[in-house]
Ligand binder design. Structure first.
Ligand SMILES: Cc1ncc(COP(=O)(O)O)c(C=O)c1O
Ligand SMILES: N[C@@H](CCOP(=O)(O)O)C(=O)O
Length: 441
Protein backbone atom coordinates (compact mmCIF):
# COMPACT_ATOMS: atom_id res chain seq x y z
CA UNK A 1 0.00 0.00 0.00
CA UNK A 2 1.40 3.42 -0.94
CA UNK A 3 1.47 5.78 2.05
CA UNK A 4 2.42 9.44 2.22
CA UNK A 5 4.65 11.40 4.60
CA UNK A 6 5.56 15.05 4.94
CA UNK A 7 8.76 16.44 3.41
CA UNK A 8 9.42 18.02 6.82
CA UNK A 9 9.86 14.58 8.44
CA UNK A 10 13.50 13.59 8.17
CA UNK A 11 13.03 10.02 9.45
CA UNK A 12 9.31 9.34 9.15
CA UNK A 13 8.02 6.64 11.54
CA UNK A 14 5.04 4.43 10.66
CA UNK A 15 2.70 6.76 12.58
CA UNK A 16 3.88 9.71 10.48
CA UNK A 17 2.42 8.16 7.33
CA UNK A 18 -1.03 8.74 5.96
CA UNK A 19 -3.30 7.22 3.33
CA UNK A 20 -4.07 8.90 -0.01
CA UNK A 21 -7.59 10.22 0.81
CA UNK A 22 -6.23 11.90 3.92
CA UNK A 23 -3.29 13.45 2.04
CA UNK A 24 -5.78 14.62 -0.62
CA UNK A 25 -8.06 16.10 2.04
CA UNK A 26 -5.30 17.84 4.02
CA UNK A 27 -3.54 19.28 0.95
CA UNK A 28 -0.61 20.49 3.02
CA UNK A 29 0.65 18.27 5.86
CA UNK A 30 -0.12 19.61 9.37
CA UNK A 31 3.58 20.45 9.90
CA UNK A 32 3.51 22.66 6.79
CA UNK A 33 5.42 20.15 4.60
CA UNK A 34 4.29 18.54 1.35
CA UNK A 35 3.11 14.96 1.09
CA UNK A 36 5.37 12.56 -0.81
CA UNK A 37 4.83 8.84 -1.46
CA UNK A 38 6.84 6.32 0.57
CA UNK A 39 7.26 4.17 -2.56
CA UNK A 40 6.76 4.67 -6.30
CA UNK A 41 5.39 1.83 -8.38
CA UNK A 42 7.66 1.03 -11.33
CA UNK A 43 6.53 -0.28 -14.70
CA UNK A 44 9.07 -2.44 -16.59
CA UNK A 45 10.79 -1.24 -19.81
CA UNK A 46 8.55 -3.61 -21.86
CA UNK A 47 5.54 -1.59 -20.72
CA UNK A 48 7.06 1.74 -21.73
CA UNK A 49 8.24 0.32 -25.06
CA UNK A 50 4.76 -0.83 -26.05
CA UNK A 51 2.34 2.00 -25.46
CA UNK A 52 2.02 3.31 -29.05
CA UNK A 53 -1.60 4.04 -29.86
CA UNK A 54 -2.73 4.38 -26.24
CA UNK A 55 -4.87 7.45 -25.61
CA UNK A 56 -4.53 9.79 -22.64
CA UNK A 57 -7.39 8.10 -20.79
CA UNK A 58 -6.12 4.57 -21.56
CA UNK A 59 -2.73 5.55 -20.17
CA UNK A 60 -4.41 7.17 -17.17
CA UNK A 61 -6.26 3.95 -16.35
CA UNK A 62 -3.05 1.92 -16.35
CA UNK A 63 -0.60 4.37 -14.76
CA UNK A 64 -2.90 5.53 -11.99
CA UNK A 65 -4.13 2.02 -11.10
CA UNK A 66 -1.38 1.22 -8.55
CA UNK A 67 -1.77 4.62 -6.90
CA UNK A 68 -5.47 4.17 -6.16
CA UNK A 69 -5.52 0.41 -5.51
CA UNK A 70 -7.06 0.88 -2.06
CA UNK A 71 -9.38 3.76 -2.90
CA UNK A 72 -11.15 2.96 -6.16
CA UNK A 73 -12.29 -0.20 -7.92
CA UNK A 74 -11.10 -0.78 -11.50
CA UNK A 75 -14.48 0.33 -12.82
CA UNK A 76 -14.55 3.45 -10.63
CA UNK A 77 -11.07 4.45 -11.77
CA UNK A 78 -11.87 3.83 -15.44
CA UNK A 79 -15.08 5.84 -15.26
CA UNK A 80 -13.36 8.70 -13.47
CA UNK A 81 -10.36 8.84 -15.80
CA UNK A 82 -12.40 8.46 -19.00
CA UNK A 83 -14.63 11.31 -17.93
CA UNK A 84 -11.82 13.62 -16.78
CA UNK A 85 -9.16 12.94 -19.42
CA UNK A 86 -11.32 13.15 -22.53
CA UNK A 87 -9.00 15.29 -24.66
CA UNK A 88 -5.64 14.69 -26.30
CA UNK A 89 -2.12 16.09 -25.92
CA UNK A 90 -0.82 16.13 -29.52
CA UNK A 91 2.90 16.04 -30.23
CA UNK A 92 3.72 18.57 -32.96
CA UNK A 93 7.01 18.72 -34.86
CA UNK A 94 8.81 22.06 -35.28
CA UNK A 95 12.15 20.78 -36.56
CA UNK A 96 14.19 17.55 -36.49
CA UNK A 97 15.12 18.03 -32.84
CA UNK A 98 12.24 20.08 -31.48
CA UNK A 99 8.71 18.88 -30.74
CA UNK A 100 5.99 20.54 -28.71
CA UNK A 101 3.53 18.58 -26.59
CA UNK A 102 0.32 20.62 -26.73
CA UNK A 103 -1.29 20.43 -23.33
CA UNK A 104 -3.94 23.07 -23.96
CA UNK A 105 -6.78 21.14 -25.56
CA UNK A 106 -8.88 20.94 -22.40
CA UNK A 107 -11.78 23.27 -21.56
CA UNK A 108 -9.72 26.12 -20.04
CA UNK A 109 -6.92 25.88 -22.60
CA UNK A 110 -3.99 25.16 -20.27
CA UNK A 111 -2.25 22.04 -18.98
CA UNK A 112 -3.95 22.44 -15.60
CA UNK A 113 -7.13 20.87 -17.01
CA UNK A 114 -5.64 17.35 -16.90
CA UNK A 115 -5.07 17.49 -13.16
CA UNK A 116 -7.89 19.76 -12.05
CA UNK A 117 -10.56 17.66 -13.77
CA UNK A 118 -9.16 14.42 -12.34
CA UNK A 119 -8.69 15.88 -8.88
CA UNK A 120 -12.19 17.39 -8.75
CA UNK A 121 -13.63 13.95 -9.46
CA UNK A 122 -11.32 12.30 -6.91
CA UNK A 123 -12.38 14.77 -4.24
CA UNK A 124 -16.05 14.34 -5.05
CA UNK A 125 -15.66 10.55 -4.84
CA UNK A 126 -13.34 10.20 -1.85
CA UNK A 127 -13.86 13.25 0.35
CA UNK A 128 -17.42 14.51 0.22
CA UNK A 129 -19.55 13.82 3.28
CA UNK A 130 -23.33 14.35 3.23
CA UNK A 131 -24.29 17.68 4.78
CA UNK A 132 -20.70 18.98 4.92
CA UNK A 133 -19.00 21.57 2.74
CA UNK A 134 -15.46 20.99 1.53
CA UNK A 135 -13.69 24.34 1.02
CA UNK A 136 -11.12 24.15 -1.77
CA UNK A 137 -8.51 26.91 -1.45
CA UNK A 138 -6.62 27.80 -4.62
CA UNK A 139 -3.93 30.40 -5.18
CA UNK A 140 -3.50 31.25 -8.83
CA UNK A 141 -1.24 33.23 -11.10
CA UNK A 142 -3.82 32.60 -13.82
CA UNK A 143 -4.33 29.06 -15.03
CA UNK A 144 -4.88 26.90 -11.95
CA UNK A 145 -7.76 29.14 -10.89
CA UNK A 146 -9.41 28.77 -14.28
CA UNK A 147 -9.01 25.00 -14.43
CA UNK A 148 -10.18 24.46 -10.85
CA UNK A 149 -13.15 26.80 -11.28
CA UNK A 150 -14.18 24.88 -14.39
CA UNK A 151 -13.45 21.43 -12.97
CA UNK A 152 -15.30 22.00 -9.67
CA UNK A 153 -18.11 24.36 -10.80
CA UNK A 154 -21.52 23.21 -9.64
CA UNK A 155 -20.18 20.21 -7.68
CA UNK A 156 -22.48 19.83 -4.71
CA UNK A 157 -20.82 20.05 -1.29
CA UNK A 158 -17.74 21.87 -2.64
CA UNK A 159 -16.99 25.59 -2.27
CA UNK A 160 -14.02 26.90 -4.27
CA UNK A 161 -12.00 29.97 -3.21
CA UNK A 162 -9.68 31.39 -5.87
CA UNK A 163 -7.07 33.90 -4.65
CA UNK A 164 -5.36 35.85 -7.41
CA UNK A 165 -2.99 38.83 -7.58
CA UNK A 166 -4.87 41.93 -8.71
CA UNK A 167 -3.73 43.19 -12.14
CA UNK A 168 -1.23 40.35 -12.59
CA UNK A 169 -3.23 37.79 -14.57
CA UNK A 170 -4.30 38.15 -18.20
CA UNK A 171 -7.81 39.64 -18.78
CA UNK A 172 -9.13 36.36 -20.20
CA UNK A 173 -7.65 34.28 -17.39
CA UNK A 174 -9.36 36.60 -14.91
CA UNK A 175 -12.71 36.19 -16.66
CA UNK A 176 -12.34 32.41 -16.48
CA UNK A 177 -12.58 32.30 -12.70
CA UNK A 178 -14.41 35.52 -11.79
CA UNK A 179 -17.55 35.11 -13.88
CA UNK A 180 -18.93 31.72 -12.91
CA UNK A 181 -20.46 32.58 -9.53
CA UNK A 182 -22.24 29.71 -7.77
CA UNK A 183 -19.76 27.70 -5.72
CA UNK A 184 -16.72 29.59 -7.08
CA UNK A 185 -15.70 32.77 -5.22
CA UNK A 186 -12.78 34.87 -6.46
CA UNK A 187 -10.69 36.90 -4.01
CA UNK A 188 -8.73 39.67 -5.73
CA UNK A 189 -5.64 40.12 -3.61
CA UNK A 190 -3.73 43.39 -3.45
CA UNK A 191 -0.33 41.69 -3.77
CA UNK A 192 1.65 39.10 -5.73
CA UNK A 193 1.01 35.43 -6.48
CA UNK A 194 3.45 34.58 -3.68
CA UNK A 195 1.20 36.51 -1.26
CA UNK A 196 -1.80 34.45 -2.44
CA UNK A 197 0.14 31.22 -1.99
CA UNK A 198 1.34 32.29 1.47
CA UNK A 199 -2.22 33.07 2.58
CA UNK A 200 -3.44 29.65 1.42
CA UNK A 201 -0.55 27.84 3.14
CA UNK A 202 -1.15 29.84 6.32
CA UNK A 203 -4.82 28.75 6.36
CA UNK A 204 -3.73 25.10 6.49
CA UNK A 205 -1.60 25.56 9.60
CA UNK A 206 -4.16 27.77 11.36
CA UNK A 207 -5.62 25.37 13.91
CA UNK A 208 -8.79 27.41 14.60
CA UNK A 209 -9.68 27.66 10.93
CA UNK A 210 -9.02 23.97 10.35
CA UNK A 211 -11.25 23.08 13.27
CA UNK A 212 -14.12 25.19 11.98
CA UNK A 213 -13.82 24.40 8.27
CA UNK A 214 -13.18 21.39 6.12
CA UNK A 215 -10.28 22.80 4.05
CA UNK A 216 -8.33 21.37 1.16
CA UNK A 217 -6.18 22.74 -1.63
CA UNK A 218 -6.31 22.36 -5.38
CA UNK A 219 -2.82 23.74 -5.90
CA UNK A 220 0.15 21.57 -6.69
CA UNK A 221 0.96 21.45 -2.97
CA UNK A 222 -1.72 18.74 -3.06
CA UNK A 223 -0.31 15.36 -4.13
CA UNK A 224 -3.66 14.69 -5.82
CA UNK A 225 -2.73 17.32 -8.41
CA UNK A 226 0.57 15.75 -9.38
CA UNK A 227 -0.38 12.13 -9.96
CA UNK A 228 -2.67 12.86 -12.96
CA UNK A 229 -0.02 15.16 -14.47
CA UNK A 230 2.21 12.11 -15.10
CA UNK A 231 -0.24 10.83 -17.69
CA UNK A 232 0.55 13.31 -20.45
CA UNK A 233 4.27 12.55 -20.22
CA UNK A 234 3.34 8.94 -21.00
CA UNK A 235 1.20 10.16 -23.91
CA UNK A 236 4.33 11.88 -25.27
CA UNK A 237 6.22 8.57 -25.05
CA UNK A 238 3.37 6.82 -26.90
CA UNK A 239 3.51 9.37 -29.71
CA UNK A 240 7.30 9.10 -29.99
CA UNK A 241 6.80 5.40 -30.62
CA UNK A 242 4.06 6.07 -33.14
CA UNK A 243 6.47 8.40 -34.98
CA UNK A 244 9.38 5.94 -34.58
CA UNK A 245 11.46 8.55 -32.76
CA UNK A 246 14.05 8.30 -29.98
CA UNK A 247 12.51 7.05 -26.80
CA UNK A 248 14.75 9.23 -24.63
CA UNK A 249 13.88 12.86 -25.26
CA UNK A 250 14.70 15.78 -23.01
CA UNK A 251 11.51 17.20 -21.53
CA UNK A 252 11.63 20.99 -21.48
CA UNK A 253 9.20 22.20 -18.84
CA UNK A 254 8.19 25.87 -18.54
CA UNK A 255 8.21 26.16 -14.75
CA UNK A 256 6.83 28.33 -11.96
CA UNK A 257 5.72 26.28 -8.96
CA UNK A 258 7.49 23.20 -10.38
CA UNK A 259 4.46 20.90 -10.13
CA UNK A 260 4.74 20.00 -13.79
CA UNK A 261 8.43 19.13 -13.48
CA UNK A 262 7.77 17.13 -10.30
CA UNK A 263 5.12 15.10 -12.12
CA UNK A 264 7.68 14.35 -14.86
CA UNK A 265 10.19 13.20 -12.25
CA UNK A 266 7.54 10.97 -10.66
CA UNK A 267 6.94 9.46 -14.12
CA UNK A 268 10.72 8.95 -14.43
CA UNK A 269 10.66 7.05 -11.14
CA UNK A 270 7.82 4.95 -12.57
CA UNK A 271 10.28 3.84 -15.23
CA UNK A 272 9.43 6.32 -17.99
CA UNK A 273 12.38 6.63 -20.39
CA UNK A 274 13.79 10.17 -20.46
CA UNK A 275 17.06 11.72 -21.52
CA UNK A 276 16.60 14.34 -18.79
CA UNK A 277 14.48 17.30 -17.77
CA UNK A 278 15.06 20.94 -18.52
CA UNK A 279 13.29 23.47 -16.29
CA UNK A 280 12.77 26.75 -18.13
CA UNK A 281 11.86 29.74 -15.98
CA UNK A 282 11.27 33.40 -16.70
CA UNK A 283 13.13 36.07 -14.70
CA UNK A 284 11.83 34.43 -11.52
CA UNK A 285 14.81 32.11 -11.34
CA UNK A 286 15.09 30.91 -7.74
CA UNK A 287 15.46 27.29 -8.92
CA UNK A 288 18.00 28.11 -11.65
CA UNK A 289 20.14 29.87 -9.04
CA UNK A 290 19.77 26.93 -6.67
CA UNK A 291 21.19 24.54 -9.27
CA UNK A 292 24.11 26.89 -9.78
CA UNK A 293 24.91 27.74 -6.15
CA UNK A 294 23.40 24.89 -4.13
CA UNK A 295 21.58 27.52 -2.02
CA UNK A 296 17.81 27.88 -2.07
CA UNK A 297 17.02 31.56 -1.69
CA UNK A 298 13.37 32.39 -2.34
CA UNK A 299 12.68 35.98 -3.29
CA UNK A 300 9.63 38.11 -4.14
CA UNK A 301 8.29 37.37 -7.62
CA UNK A 302 8.58 39.96 -10.38
CA UNK A 303 5.94 40.38 -13.10
CA UNK A 304 6.69 39.04 -16.61
CA UNK A 305 4.73 38.34 -19.79
CA UNK A 306 4.71 34.63 -18.88
CA UNK A 307 2.72 35.64 -15.81
CA UNK A 308 1.57 32.17 -14.74
CA UNK A 309 5.23 31.37 -13.97
CA UNK A 310 5.82 34.43 -11.76
CA UNK A 311 6.75 32.48 -8.66
CA UNK A 312 9.61 33.42 -6.34
CA UNK A 313 9.28 30.52 -3.88
CA UNK A 314 8.25 27.43 -5.84
CA UNK A 315 6.01 25.14 -3.78
CA UNK A 316 7.38 21.88 -5.12
CA UNK A 317 11.03 22.56 -4.39
CA UNK A 318 10.97 20.33 -1.29
CA UNK A 319 9.35 17.51 -3.24
CA UNK A 320 12.06 17.65 -5.90
CA UNK A 321 14.70 17.47 -3.17
CA UNK A 322 12.94 14.49 -1.61
CA UNK A 323 12.64 12.65 -4.94
CA UNK A 324 16.43 12.91 -5.31
CA UNK A 325 17.19 12.08 -1.66
CA UNK A 326 18.21 15.69 -1.03
CA UNK A 327 21.32 15.21 -3.13
CA UNK A 328 22.24 18.13 -5.39
CA UNK A 329 24.46 15.99 -7.64
CA UNK A 330 21.59 13.58 -8.30
CA UNK A 331 19.34 16.49 -9.20
CA UNK A 332 22.02 17.90 -11.50
CA UNK A 333 22.42 14.54 -13.23
CA UNK A 334 18.76 14.64 -14.29
CA UNK A 335 17.71 18.29 -14.36
CA UNK A 336 19.09 21.34 -16.17
CA UNK A 337 17.60 24.81 -15.71
CA UNK A 338 17.77 28.15 -17.46
CA UNK A 339 16.04 31.50 -17.26
CA UNK A 340 14.62 33.55 -20.15
CA UNK A 341 13.72 37.24 -20.05
CA UNK A 342 10.71 38.98 -21.62
CA UNK A 343 12.57 40.38 -24.65
CA UNK A 344 13.87 36.89 -25.46
CA UNK A 345 10.37 35.49 -24.97
CA UNK A 346 8.81 38.00 -27.40
CA UNK A 347 11.61 37.45 -29.95
CA UNK A 348 11.10 33.67 -29.71
CA UNK A 349 7.34 33.98 -30.29
CA UNK A 350 8.07 35.99 -33.44
CA UNK A 351 10.86 33.74 -34.70
CA UNK A 352 8.86 30.55 -34.07
CA UNK A 353 6.04 32.00 -36.15
CA UNK A 354 8.42 33.03 -38.96
CA UNK A 355 10.39 29.77 -38.99
CA UNK A 356 7.65 27.21 -38.45
CA UNK A 357 4.31 29.03 -38.76
CA UNK A 358 3.71 27.94 -35.16
CA UNK A 359 2.16 30.21 -32.53
CA UNK A 360 3.70 29.65 -29.11
CA UNK A 361 2.22 31.32 -26.04
CA UNK A 362 4.70 33.20 -23.82
CA UNK A 363 5.14 30.24 -21.39
CA UNK A 364 5.85 27.78 -24.18
CA UNK A 365 8.19 30.35 -25.76
CA UNK A 366 10.24 30.42 -22.54
CA UNK A 367 10.74 26.67 -22.97
CA UNK A 368 11.59 26.98 -26.66
CA UNK A 369 14.17 29.70 -26.03
CA UNK A 370 15.84 27.79 -23.20
CA UNK A 371 16.15 24.72 -25.45
CA UNK A 372 17.50 26.73 -28.41
CA UNK A 373 20.14 28.35 -26.21
CA UNK A 374 21.35 25.13 -24.60
CA UNK A 375 20.75 22.44 -27.20
CA UNK A 376 24.40 22.34 -28.22
CA UNK A 377 25.12 20.87 -24.76
CA UNK A 378 23.20 17.72 -25.75
CA UNK A 379 24.07 15.00 -28.32
CA UNK A 380 23.05 16.08 -31.86
CA UNK A 381 20.62 13.18 -31.89
CA UNK A 382 18.82 14.29 -28.73
CA UNK A 383 15.35 15.59 -29.36
CA UNK A 384 13.44 17.91 -27.06
CA UNK A 385 9.81 17.79 -26.15
CA UNK A 386 8.85 21.29 -25.09
CA UNK A 387 5.69 21.23 -23.02
CA UNK A 388 3.25 23.74 -24.56
CA UNK A 389 1.45 24.66 -21.38
CA UNK A 390 -1.20 27.14 -22.59
CA UNK A 391 -3.10 28.22 -25.69
CA UNK A 392 -1.78 31.52 -27.11
CA UNK A 393 -5.28 33.05 -27.18
CA UNK A 394 -5.09 33.44 -23.41
CA UNK A 395 -2.11 35.77 -23.76
CA UNK A 396 -2.75 37.59 -27.06
CA UNK A 397 -2.51 40.99 -25.30
CA UNK A 398 1.18 40.56 -24.47
CA UNK A 399 2.28 38.82 -27.67
CA UNK A 400 3.80 40.58 -30.72
CA UNK A 401 0.90 41.91 -32.82
CA UNK A 402 2.31 40.32 -36.04
CA UNK A 403 1.78 36.93 -34.44
CA UNK A 404 -1.26 37.60 -32.24
CA UNK A 405 -3.37 38.50 -35.29
CA UNK A 406 -3.00 34.91 -36.53
CA UNK A 407 -4.25 33.23 -33.35
CA UNK A 408 -7.27 31.14 -34.36
CA UNK A 409 -10.67 31.94 -32.86
CA UNK A 410 -11.41 30.28 -29.57
CA UNK A 411 -15.20 30.47 -29.13
CA UNK A 412 -14.96 29.44 -25.46
CA UNK A 413 -12.79 32.47 -24.68
CA UNK A 414 -14.76 34.85 -26.90
CA UNK A 415 -17.92 34.12 -24.91
CA UNK A 416 -16.10 35.08 -21.73
CA UNK A 417 -15.35 38.59 -22.92
CA UNK A 418 -19.00 39.56 -22.49
CA UNK A 419 -19.31 38.19 -18.97
CA UNK A 420 -19.10 40.40 -15.88
CA UNK A 421 -16.31 39.98 -13.37
CA UNK A 422 -17.30 39.36 -9.76
CA UNK A 423 -14.47 39.34 -7.21
CA UNK A 424 -14.07 40.32 -3.58
CA UNK A 425 -11.13 42.72 -3.16
CA UNK A 426 -8.86 41.72 -0.29
CA UNK A 427 -5.61 42.96 1.29
CA UNK A 428 -2.71 40.50 1.29
CA UNK A 429 -3.36 39.95 4.96
CA UNK A 430 -4.15 36.67 6.70
CA UNK A 431 -6.65 38.19 9.18
CA UNK A 432 -8.65 39.61 6.26
CA UNK A 433 -8.64 36.20 4.57
CA UNK A 434 -9.59 34.35 7.73
CA UNK A 435 -12.50 36.75 8.36
CA UNK A 436 -13.91 36.14 4.87
CA UNK A 437 -13.56 32.37 5.22
CA UNK A 438 -15.13 32.25 8.68
CA UNK A 439 -18.19 34.08 7.42
CA UNK A 440 -18.83 30.90 5.41
CA UNK A 441 -17.88 28.36 8.11
C1 LIG B 1 0.77 28.30 -18.81
C2 LIG B 1 1.62 27.86 -17.68
N1 LIG B 1 2.87 27.45 -17.94
C3 LIG B 1 3.68 27.04 -16.95
C4 LIG B 1 3.28 27.06 -15.63
C5 LIG B 1 4.22 26.58 -14.59
O1 LIG B 1 3.88 25.30 -14.14
P1 LIG B 1 4.36 24.78 -12.73
O2 LIG B 1 3.77 25.72 -11.71
O3 LIG B 1 3.81 23.43 -12.62
O4 LIG B 1 5.83 24.85 -12.73
C6 LIG B 1 1.98 27.50 -15.32
C7 LIG B 1 1.46 27.54 -13.95
O5 LIG B 1 1.48 26.68 -13.19
C8 LIG B 1 1.13 27.88 -16.37
O6 LIG B 1 -0.12 28.23 -16.12
N1 LIG C 1 1.00 28.94 -12.43
C1 LIG C 1 -0.02 28.59 -11.53
C2 LIG C 1 0.32 28.96 -10.13
C3 LIG C 1 -0.25 27.97 -9.18
O1 LIG C 1 0.50 26.81 -9.32
P1 LIG C 1 0.05 25.37 -8.88
O2 LIG C 1 0.55 24.50 -9.96
O3 LIG C 1 0.68 25.15 -7.59
O4 LIG C 1 -1.44 25.32 -8.78
C4 LIG C 1 -1.34 29.18 -12.00
O5 LIG C 1 -1.50 29.32 -13.18
O6 LIG C 1 -2.21 29.49 -11.22
Amino acid sequence: MILYYSTRQTNPKPEDHTIFPEALRLGLAPDGGLYVPDQIPKFPPEFWENIAGMSVSELGRVLLRPWFEDDLTDVELETLVDDALNFDAPLVKLDERTYVLELFHGPTLAFKDFAARTMGRLMAKLLRKPGETLHVLTATSGDTGAAVADGFFGVEGIQVWVLYPSGKVSPLQEKQFTTLGGNVTALEVDGTFDDCQRLVKHAFVDKKLRKRMNLTSANSINIGRLLPQMVYYARAVAQLQEKKLSNKPVYVVPSGNFGNLTAGILALHMGMPAGGFFAATNKNKTFVDFLESGRYEPRPSTPTISNAMDVGDPSNFDRILDLFNKDLDSILSAVLADSVNDDETRATILQTWKDFGYIADPHTAVGLKAWQRRKSEFFDTTIAIVLATAHPAKFADVMPEEVAQHIPDTPALEKLRKRTKQAIPMAADFEAFRKILLQHA
